[in-house]
Design a protein around this ligand. Structure first.
Ligand code: CTP
Ligand code: MG
Length: 238
C-alpha cells in the first residue's frame, strides 16, 4: 500500500501581497512549493504527490516539479478550487487505487522537516485514522464575543490543553474521503467551524490524534514569515 501527499498550492497569498501566488514566491532562489515537495520526497515515506495549482498555472507547476531532481517521486498537478477545502477535494479525487494513506500538506509550510512527515505517516500506519502535528501554545488565549465597538472576554482556556496544529495532517484514505463528503456537508449545514481537514474528521465524530509538531514547519503568511524562513535556511545551511 502507498502514501499520497496532497500539496495544497492553489491559494493567492493575499496577505503576502506579492504579484504572484504565494506557492511560487521564492525563498533562497526556489519557489515555496518546491521546498515543500522536496521535503515530502526526502521523507522516504511519500510515494507520490498531487499538487493543487492556482488558475492557469498547472503547466508551470508541473514543469517546476518535473525539472527538479530532488523531487524524485511521481507528481500530478491539478487545478485547485476556490477554497482550500475544495482544493484538497480536487487533489483527493486523483488518489490511486493503492493509496491507503493520504497526507495533506500546505505549500505555505516550505520548511517542514522530513522527520515530521515520517512521524505523521508512522502514526497513521500504526493505526490512527487521523493524525495532526501540534505544538504547545505559548501565548495565553482568550475566548471573546463581539461587544459594541470592542470584544468581551468570555473565557480563558487552560493553555496546557491547547495545541497549535500544523501540516502535514495524515489520514486513512477512506476516512479523509468520508470527511470531505459527509463531514464537509454537515459542517456547512450546522455552521460548524472546520478550518482544516482534521476538523472535518472531528465533525464525523471520529478520533483525531496529535503527534509532536516542529517549529520549523511554521506557516508563511506575511513578509515577516518569509524573512524568518530565510534566516532559518541560512542557519541550517551554515
Ligand atoms: N490553498 C489552496 N487552495 C485555495 C486556498 C488555499 O490550495 N483555494 C492552499 C494555499 O496555497 C496554501 C494553503 O492552502 O498552501 C494554506 O492557505 P493560506 O496560508 O491561507 O494561503 P493563501 O490562501 O494563498 O493565502 P491568503 O489567505 O493570505 O490569501
Ligand atoms: Mg488563505
Amino acid at each position: 500500500m502507498t502514501t499520497l501527499a496532497i500539496l495544497t498550492a492553489a491559494g493567492s497569498g493575499s496577505r503576502l501581497g506579492r504579484d504572484l501566488p504565494k506557492a511560487l514566491v521564492e525563498l533562497d532562489g526556489f519557489p515555496l512549493v518546491l521546498h515543500a515537495a522536496r521535503r515530502l520526497a526526502a521523507s522516504g515515506v511519500v510515494d507520490s504527490i498531487v499538487v493543487t495549482a492556482p488558475d492557469g498555472l498547472v503547466a508551470v507547476m508541473a514543469d517546476l516539479m518535473a525539472d527538479d531532481p530532488h523531487v524524485h517521486v511521481p507528481v500530478q498537478v491539478t487545478d485547485g478550487g476556490p477554497t482550500r477545502q475544495a482544493s484538497v477535494s480536487a487533489g483527493l479525487a486523483l488518489a490511486g487505487p493503492d493509496d491507503d494513506v493520504v497526507l495533506v500538506h500546505d505549500a505555505a509550510r516550505p520548511l517542514v522537516p522530513p522527520d515530521l512527515v515520517r512521524r505523521v505517516v508512522g502514526a497513521v500506519r500504526a493505526g490512527h485514522g487521523a493524525v495532526v502535528p501540534g505544538l504547545p501554545v505559548t501565548d495565553t488565549v482568550k475566548q471573546v464575543r463581539p461587544d459594541g465597538d470592542a470584544e468581551l472576554v468570555t473565557g480563558t482556556p487552560d493553555r496546557s490543553m491547547l495545541r497549535a496544529v500544523q501540516t502535514p495532517q495524515g489520514f486513512a484514505r477512506d476516512l479523509l474521503v468520508r470527511a470531505h463528503r459527509t463531514g464537509a456537508a454537515r459542517a456547512q449545514a450546522e455552521h460548524l467551524a472546520a478550518t482544516d481537514d482534521a476538523g472535518l474528521v472531528e465533525v464525523l465524530g471520529e478520533p483525531v490524534h496529535i503527534v509532536p509538531g516542529d517549529a520549523a514547519a511554521f506557516k508563511i503568511t506575511t513578509e515577516r514569515d518569509l524573512w524568518l524562513a530565510s534566516l532559518v535556511l541560512q542557519e541550517t545551511n551554515a
